[in-house]
Write a protein that binds this ligand. Structure first.
Ligand SMILES: Cc1cc2nc3c(=O)[nH]c(=O)nc-3n(C[C@H](O)[C@H](O)[C@H](O)COP(=O)(O)OP(=O)(O)OC[C@H]3O[C@@H](n4cnc5c(N)ncnc54)[C@H](O)[C@@H]3O)c2cc1C
Ligand code: FES
Length: 283
């Protein structure tokens, strides 16, 4: 059992939680994730390990309420526990000293997932710029945390309520136009955003590493649900990623596979809303 030590709402349906998980905290590195199960017989879901404290034995997760399991997780309070936390899983992101600027582009929960990687690149002696995107100012998360570890943080909101009006790719274009010497772009967030950024950087020959959030079931390379095609070859995100060359990913296939459990996800959410509190071990 892993006790919840902190819970805060960052934006509408977006939460930050700190869990006691000393074995995971001891070993995790930027770019890794965990599989979390709330109850016995419950569904396992993958979440990025966004921060950790090895001495205190704690890890931090940021999540958006989307379906049944994330809704249930959001109902838990400080002092409650989640049944299992398995991790760290996936390969750590390759942190290196690059000749020019490292740009982390984050959208939605991806901003939190990009935080430890941006921090790692800063610690490796790089110039680090973060480009954050949200639909509106109230949905923007982790800006202050990123300001503490980046040379510059730029924000785009779709409605123009904060930062530049537009999307993250507009801000990246502005960075390029002002002559920023970009060596490496790391987009993390919705696949469509990662696809668009990778499409922008490919003709410019800028290395682009994406953190793929394919649908996962076991997280250990056994079930095949996280399969993606990269450079014409089948790869498993959980065991061979989660970072891949964004210029080589078959984005259309990845996005269509993300919808493969759509019917079951809708049924689970509808069951949750009808029976949520009484479902016992079914989530
Ligand atoms: C390696 C990895 C790291 C992730 N890190 C985070 C994180 O830090 N914070 C966070 O909020 N989410 C993260 N996700 C996405 C998260 O796993 C899903 O939001 C969650 O599984 C949804 O579960 P659910 O039962 O609430 O919803 P479901 O009913 O299972 O799904 C609801 C909606 O979420 C979409 N969805 C389901 N699984 C995924 C998925 N794996 N990736 C993206 N969308 C999905 C579905 O297409 C559907 O539209 C990560 C995913 C992966 C693969
Ligand atoms: S989640 Fe099962 S193989 Fe990757």
């Amino acid at each position: 059992m892993h006790k919840i030590l902190l819970k805060e709402m960052l934006a509408e349906r977006t939460w930050h939680m700190r869990l006691h998980a000393p074995l995971v905290a001891r070993k995790c590195e930027p770019g890794q994730f965990l599989m979390l199960r709330i109850r016995e017989n419950g569904e396992r879901i993958p979440l990025t390990i966004a921060d950790w404290d090895r001495n205190a034995g704690t890890i931090d997760i940021y999540f958006q309420e989307l379906g049944a399991t994330t809704h249930l997780l959001a109902t838990l309070s400080v002092g409650d526990s989640v049944r299992d936390v398995v991790g760290p899983l996936g390969n750590p992101s390759e942190i290196e000293k690059v000749p020019g600027t490292f740009v982390m582009v984050g959208g939605g929960f991806g901003i939190a997932a990009g935080y430890p990687v941006a921090r790692g690149f800063k610690e490796a002696g790089n110039r680090v710029v973060a480009v954050l995107g949200a639909r509106t100012k109230d949905l923007l998360i982790c800006e202050e945390m990123l300001k503490a570890v980046c040379d510059e943080v730029l924000v785009a909101t779709n409605d123009g309520s904060y930062g530049t009006q537009g999307v993250v790719s507009d801000v990246l274009r502005t960075l390029l136009e002002r002559g920023e010497d970009i060596s490496l772009v790391f987009p993390v967030g919705p696949p469509i955003m990662m696809k668009i950024i990778s499409g922008m950087t490919r003709p410019l020959g800028i290395k682009t590493v994406v953190s793929l959030n394919s649908v996962m079931v076991d997280g250990t390379g056994m079930c095949g649900s996280c399969r993606v095609t990269v450079g014409g070859k089948t790869r498993f995100v959980c065991s061979e990623g989660i970072d891949f060359d964004g210029h080589e990913v078959d984005w259309d296939e990845m996005m269509s596979r993300q919808k493969m459990y759509g019917t079951q996800e809708s049924e689970a959410l509808s069951n949750y809303h009808h029976n949520g509190a009484c479902m016992g071990g079914s989530l």
